[in-house]
Ligand binder design. Structure first.
Ligand code: F0G
Length: 462
């Protein structure tokens, strides 16, 4: 089945090119800007393209596909294919039935943040455990249909896990560049499990990006970092799914972690398109939260209102977002400005606390995802988010991605003595109440019973 086509527009100089003209590094040859995918109906001055079904027909169709047994219908990305017609042959789409992720309420986290109601869209519930799957099904399908044999990415671990899995499904060969010693074991194991050529470079993520940039100029390798605009077409679909799950209500705020800074703009694109097509009456404010040790966007917003970005040497235990020179920072600034959101930063201790709080709700996430709750607390304290507003945190990765972090936290081995001393008494008690270190006992029933009794006598936290 053939579906409608699209063009690529430079987000800096607005030059429009055909899909076949794009260079291997996905940069505009005129201004080095990044592209976005545009459709005949994007920004249509005269209203939505008449060939598209109207808003209520789309809503009906998307819901209807949920009961279909076709792989593309079972995918929470391709279910919305009417708004991402980027592949020629739908039957050859590479899918692991990504998307369709749960929307949880987090009543205890809402309370600690000081708001009435809080939701989390858990993108860690995707097939490889992170939000990257929604983008990878899209871009990998494009790569496969354009006849590439090799695909590659530089990654802090999740992109590489997703790429390796989807490449394996498609029968393509994949090369992963990761910073040696700076990604979580769960993620490293995935790229090996899915059969990628895994190259650990003795540098950081930003160094990996540089090396790969040189390679794609010389070899016919399809680049699957988030500079690839097709990734973002998949990553915009959680916006559709989210409002569908909220019965077409639009939350006031979306909060996302910021690393290489593509996901914020992908979601902003999804909301903007729904708005243009009359599916929703307004867009939510999208706020981006960075780790204090990897905060180039935060600095840029503070220092010059987002006009320029000075790369930093990144350092955070939230290794997924340990990025100092983010490729898509201009797109992220645009997402902040067009939606009216904010950029905040959170400390290592704030990340750890937020992660434990999300875990204690039975939801869990990886450290990078927990910055969202840490950031929410700050935005509420600053009066930017009010108690009655509806907030959705985008939890980007599964808790099992980085179990070493979780174990270290609960054993009280995550932070150095000096770092622990920086906490005041109240903060120390917050951590102490959440920490659940494993109890090691001899296999003696009387001993076990005594230990249980002492635990059962402790009050359950509110
Ligand atoms: N959360 C997680 C769990 C991530 O893996 C990433 C990025 C982000 C948030 C930030 O998203 O880059 O769009 O701002 N991980 C990339 C990777 C860089 O290689 O897996 P972003």
């Amino acid at each position: 089945m053939k579906v409608a086509t699209h063009t690529l527009r430079c987000t800096e100089c607005a030059t429009v090119i055909s899909k076949d003209e794009v260079s291997s590094n996905f940069r505009c040859p005129l201004c080095n800007g990044l592209y976005e995918v545009v459709y005949p109906w994007t920004n249509a001055a005269a209203g939505p393209d008449s060939r598209l079904p109207n808003a209520s027909a789309l809503r009906w169709l998307w819901q209807e596909r949920r009961s279909s047994t076709m792989p593309v219908d079972q995918s929470g990305v391709w279910r919305f294919r009417d708004l991402l017609p980027i592949v020629d042959d739908l039957e050859k789409v590479v899918t692991l039935r990504e998307g369709n992720t749960p929307l949880y309420d987090l009543p205890r986290c809402a309370k600690v943040a000081g708001i009435d109601w809080l939701l989390a869209k858990h993108q860690g519930m995707n097939p490889t455990g992170s939000f990257k799957d929604t983008g990878m099904t899209a871009a990998l399908s494009v790569a496969a249909q354009r006849g590439f044999e090799w695909v590659a990415c530089a990654s802090t671990g999740n992109t590489s896990a997703a790429m390796a899995a989807y490449a394996a499904r498609a029968g393509l060969r994949s090369i992963v560049f990761i910073p040696e010693g700076k990604i979580a074991w769960g993620k490293l194991s995935q790229s090996m499990d899915y059969g990628a050529l895994t190259i650990q470079l003795k540098t950081d993520f930003d160094g990996c990006v540089k090396i790969l940039g040189e390679l794609v100029k010389q070899f016919p390798i399809y680049l699957l970092n988030s500079v690839n605009p097709y990734r973002l077409e998949g990553q915009k679909t959680p916006a559709f799914e989210l409002v569908e799950q909220m019965e077409w209500q639009v939350p006031e705020h979306i909060i996302v972690p910021g690393g290489n800074l593509a996901n914020s703009s992908a979601l902003a694109k999804g909301f903007a398109e729904m708005h243009e097509l009359g599916l929703i009456p307004r867009v939510p404010k999208i706020s981006i939260i960075q780790a204090e040790g990897a905060n180039p966007l935060y600095r840029s917003v503070q220092e010059n209102g987002g006009k320029e970005l000075t790369p930093v040497t990144a350092n955070t235990r939230a290794t997924a977002i340990r990025i100092g020179n983010p490729a898509s920072w201009r797109k992220a600034i645009n997402a902040l400005q067009t939606t009216g959101g904010w950029c905040e930063q959170v400390t290592e201790q704030e990340i750890a606390l937020a992660k434990a709080e999300i875990g204690a709700e039975g939801v869990g996430c990886e450290p990078a995802s927990a910055v969202t709750l840490g950031g929410l607390k700050k935005l509420v304290a600053q009066g930017k988010i009010t108690a009655e507003e509806r907030v959705v945190l985008i939890l980007t990765g599964h808790t099992l991605k980085d179990s070493a972090y979780t174990i270290d936290y609960h054993r009280n081995e995550l932070f150095s003595g000096a770092e622990k001393e920086q906490l005041n008494h109240a903060e120390q008690s917050q951590h102490a109440a959440l920490r659940k270190p494993p109890v090691v006992l001899d296999a003696d029933p009387a001993l076990v019973l005594r230990a249980l009794e002492s635990h059962m006598n402790q009050p359950q936290p509110a």
